[in-house]
Design a protein around this ligand. Structure first.
Ligand code: MG
Length: 457
């Protein structure tokens, strides 16, 4: 990996690229700032400038350290023993600091790293968004905690044939618009989306025999990412404009389909006959209303990827607090589990029994990706904004979903988001799509309205 990363870096920083950018820059800008040519060069130049600031040896060191660190993380997680991973984390934090210093000497390191995942965003923009989100969600989580028995997920627990789960997962993503002539869905240890071109986009899902939502919602989530990638114009193929505006916008697409569509009342109406067909006898006495409440059960949890819509962003808030402290040096790597557990107690009132369920649960920090976690919350916020706008412009949105007519929903996202690829910074893309940059209000309203009705408060 280290050797390959140096080869890639040498190609990406070839002086010829810099020369070609210089030679074509004025011509491309003359095509207009929104033109394909100008946007192409803008993104290419950003990537090139960034790559040329990193010394080749450092790129190799970064890659080697990340490989060793991920292997150590995997072993440490298996043994639930953080101490074996601590020196690697310390090294990765140090590498992240040096990376930020190379990219933008003298600038706040976190801002520089955040910009790698969410172009154009700074902590000064992020803090008020995440703060508003936490303030808005806390009272909802507290109200739910007082009425946790009001909703049961019992219909989704039992014994569900895994081949039937995979067949259902294929059927769902096909109906949502996933084009199997340009991609495939397989099974993996952990769900993800990857792609090799605009016409080869691959998603994976997982199955849990005793917990049906795992496969259904992992598939819908990854399908949301894939639809975004598949929705770029053909002229973006093999250009830096393919692949989306940033990780927050990408996550807005996956979360939109997973939660705002997939966990809606009309979607449950559409889903129920399919559950009855794939799992004969299991859902005969379940109503759409009962299914709707079951897929929306909310409560404190230890594991981020299993968290519900109300509590998910509290998991992100904890990671944001910890990773900024690690980067600033206020928190030492070896003290992470203690800080993690204290944070879990504060946010959720529960503490993990071991590090595997605690400070070791996510892979991100072992890869040196600091500044990535907030993009998950940004995705939720943007999904809320897109839903509000879509609802105003597609008045029969619920009817369309209940009838399985997902094409107008997808077409709206294609028009507002997908067709632009990486042409704009995320905040500018949102301004064009909904008239405003990222804000927390619409998502909080959506959550309050939905969960107060579900839990009766
Ligand atoms: Mg995702």
């Amino acid at each position: 990996m280290s050797a390959l990363s140096k080869v890639v870096h040498a190609r990406a920083t070839a002086p010829e690229i810099g020369r070609l950018i210089d030679e074509t820059w004025d011509w491309a800008q003359a095509e207009g700032p929104d033109s394909f040519e100008a946007a192409y060069l803008r993104v290419l130049k950003r990537d090139y400038d960034r790559a040329t600031k990193l010394p080749s040896d450092f790129v190799g060191e970064m890659s080697a350290a990340a490989s060793a660190s991920m292997a150590a993380w995997e072993a440490a997680k298996k043994d639930s023993d953080f101490s074996a991973f601590a020196p690697h984390l310390e090294k990765m934090v140090d590498i992240a600091r040096r990376q930020a210093e190379y990219l933008a000497p003298g600038k706040p390191h976190y801002d520089t790293l955040l910009d790698l995942y969410e172009p154009g965003m700074r902590r000064a923009d992020l803090d008020p968004l995440l703060g508003a989100l936490a303030e808005g969600l806390k009272p909802v989580a507290a109200a739910i905690a007082e009425r946790s028995a009001a909703v049961s997920d019992e219909p989704l627990r039992g014994d569900f044939d895994e081949r039937a789960q995979l067949a259902l997962a294929d059927e769902i993503v096909r109906e949502l618009g996933f084009d199997f002539s340009k991609g495939r869905q397989d099974r993996s240890m952990h769900p993800f989306t990857t792609g090799f071109s605009l016409s080869d986009v691959r998603i994976t899902t997982w199955t849990m025999r005793d917990w049906l939502p795992a496969s259904i919602y992992a598939s819908i989530h990854e399908c949301g990412h894939a639809l975004y990638t598949m929705g770029a114009p053909a002229e973006f193929e093999r250009t830096p404009l393919a692949g989306g505006a940033g990780l927050g916008v990408h996550e807005s697409q996956s979360r939109f389909w997973e939660n705002i569509v997939g966990r809606s009342r009309p979607f449950c109406e559409w889903l129920l006959p399919r559950l009855r067909r794939h799992f004969p006898g299991k859902f005969d006495r379940t109503s759409a209303e009962r299914l709707y409440s079951a897929v929306n059960k909310s409560g404190p949890s230890l594991i981020r990827v299993e968290a519900d819509e109300v509590t998910y962003d509290m998991h992100i808030a904890l990671r944001y607090r910890l990773e900024t402290a690690l980067l600033d040096g206020g928190l030492k790597a070896k003290d992470l589990p203690e800080a993690w557990n204290a944070g879990m107690k504060e946010y959720f009132g529960i503490v993990p029994s071991g590090d595997a369920e605690g400070a070791l649960q996510d892979v991100h920090w072992s890869q040196g990706t600091i500044g990535y976690f907030p993009t998950y919350s940004l995705g939720n916020l943007m999904a809320g904004q897109l839903a509000e706008k879509m609802r105003a412009e597609l008045p029969d949105m619920d009817g369309l979903i209940a009838r399985g007519e997902f094409r107008p929903v997808l077409a709206w996202l294609r028009e507002r988001i997908h067709r632009h690829g990486a042409r704009y910074f995320p905040a500018d893309l949102m301004k064009k799509a909904v008239g405003k940059g990222p804000e927390a209000g619409p998502y909080i309203s959506y959550i309050k309205k939905k969960y107060s009705a579900l839990y009766g408060f």
